[in-house]
Write a protein that binds this ligand. Sequence first.
Ligand code: NDP
Length: 478
Amino acid sequence: MSGQIGVTGLATMGANLARNLARHGHQVVVHNRTAAKTDALLEAHGDEGDLVRADSPQELVDKLEQPRTVIIMVAAGDPTDAVISEIAPLLAEGDVLVDGGNARYTDTIRRTEELEGRGIHFVGCGISGGEEGALNGPSIMPGGSDEAYAIVGPVLEDISAHVDGEPCCTHVGTDGAGHFVKMVHNGIEYADMQLIAEAYDLLRQGLGLSPAEIGDVFATWNEGDLQSYLIEITAQVLRHTDERTGKPFVDVVLDEAEQKGTGRWTVQSALDLGTPVSGIAEAVFARALSGHVDQRKAAQQVLPGPGRDWDDQVADRDGFIESVRQALYAAKVVAYSQGFDQIAKGAEDHGWDVDRAALAAIWRDGCIIRAAFLDRVRQVFTDEPDLTTLLTNDYFRDAVADAQEGWRQVVAGAARHGVPAPGFASALAYYDGLRAERSPAALIQGLRDRFGSHTYRRVDAEGSFHTMWSEDAREVEA
Ligand code: NDP
């Protein structure tokens, strides 16, 4: 298929997306606020396809035939609003604006409302895969109306990654749905990376393995259930030697993790939705803790650890490695399960018809969290579209149950030896909280009623009740 499309914003992502479109036979009208980026793109890659320069938003719009489609690939937030306010007045009814940046989904809902009111289709489109994905085939999560998807969907599907001929692009839902699921995707990515980092730390501190040796362990893991892009590149990064010093690369990198905000947004949204995404939250907080350098320095001077060495637990080297693998696998399933729960709840609250099986399918390639196990997740949600939580599906129930012995040993060992493993530990606490027959929440309800007359429900009667704590402790119906 071929057609015509505009791209504005030619930094890493926009330039690569434009090249991807051009390589697929589309005529791409390219524009960037600063012309130097347009020059650079055309000079280096102008021969890859039909790339046409535009030096102003007006020229960009003029060079496109109606109905026009323009993809915006600029920094999220105010820059996106600035670009929309420049381009939208130049568009005609029926034209389509696609925001491919990492927009906050609530902004997308607002922009959709504004633009649709003016007859312009707006597609808030999550794009994952980094610069390589943008060029070679990303995973694409578009949100918008059916009419808008009918116009841009085929092009987006065309340039997305493909698995067995199926595009890694699906119409997620209306307005903010695409950016919402992209946000949760990034949250899951945070959790995934945190768990990988904890596994690395435990193998290093517990067994005293070198980064390169741990890289070899990850390479082996990449051949099993954990097979995924992030595990693959973990092996690569851990095996890398710093050119300048000859030291392991990971040892010369400052240990303060940065973040651009999508993980934080995921947790903020989860708090509003009341969905416990503890794996993602721990990952966001662990990054924040890593950045609190002054507190860390002060604590290093004074806070004692357990002063215990690892001899007992790590005598069986291969056994310990296997336990860490089990912990990583089980905690990862929990993190994904929580992420899908958030998507289901977000979809319910916003009235989006999100198909979890289709999402798992489009995350199988092109995106950062691509993983073999998403094939299984897709199958599960296809077979059981109303499944309450991934963890209760037979396959994942058994897989996590099989891994729980190692998982528990690792969490206990990490606590006993003073190695922080918040991702592994909180995932386990969630798992045990979920399966507990009685939750201590009953006591919390009792306390709430005691200090604030907040009432409680009973296990053996309908309705709400209050105990007259300050009087004769008799129970009354509330
Ligand atoms: P950046 O996020 O670094 O944004 C730079 C681009 O935004 C430049 O083209 C810049 O133009 C333009 N820009 C900034 N402010 C304005 C403005 N006020 N008016 C017009 N243009 C403006 O670029 P990336 O390529 O890294 O990312 C693009 C989008 O894709 C972002 O929203 C990002 O979050 C998202 N994304 C990025 C991924 C990645 O791996 N980098 C992955 C997935 C999504 P100028 O050259 O004139 O300064």
